[in-house]
Write a protein that binds this ligand. Sequence first.
Ligand code: FPP
Length: 226
Amino acid sequence: MNALPRHIAIIMDGNGRWAKRRLLPRAMGHRAGMKRMMELVDRTFSMGIGCCTVFALSHENFLRPKEELEELFGLFREYFSSETASLKERGISLKIIGDRGPLPADIRALIASAEEDTADGTRGKLAIAIGYGGRQDIVAACNRLVGKGEPVTEQTFRETLSTGTMPELDLLIRTGNEMRLSNFLLYESAYAELWFSEKMFPDFTVRDLEEAIDDYRKRERRFGRL
Ligand code: FPP
């Protein structure tokens, strides 16, 4: 039986389809997704898993229609304004990974202060990927290392990625009935166990998360060995 994963990641896919099936606007799907994300993140830390990375917006998602982006930005504003104090209280440090450049300035400021306010948290690490792309992150790490003129090893490379302070990714969950990585945590997923759910993200409950983790614990992880 494996120990609990030390780092899990979730691709929160299917908000739009969840809303469409209910004849609701896509924005309602994202709102339901945010609520679900908060429950799952809480459960992750209460179970004793130290690190959680969630995919909220990809680099490519910045090309979505302006109205949808505005709805998502509204949720980001709500989340960072209202959740930072609770994360801090629970000792969870928050980090946003990805290119935050295209975000509105007020959200960038909210993120910067949320990161600063929670930086001392030692009980858990929450990374929210916004404007994130795995390939872009790999290229940025290469450039940083080349700029330093230091030898590139697997360790220095891993530490230079935006998830560099987190332990190895153990379990990657994707909802929304799609079986691909979509440019998320490409390097980090090398030996991650994968769990795909047919459920749309707002329907993926804490019980589903627990099932994925129970299954992970029963898997045989060989890392290429016999
Ligand atoms: C993918 O579903 C989901 C997103 C692009 C947004 C995810 C955002 C949240 C769960 C809210 C996050 C909030 C914070 C504060 C981080 P989709 O829209 O691609 O769904 P579809 O594939 O069914 O169209």
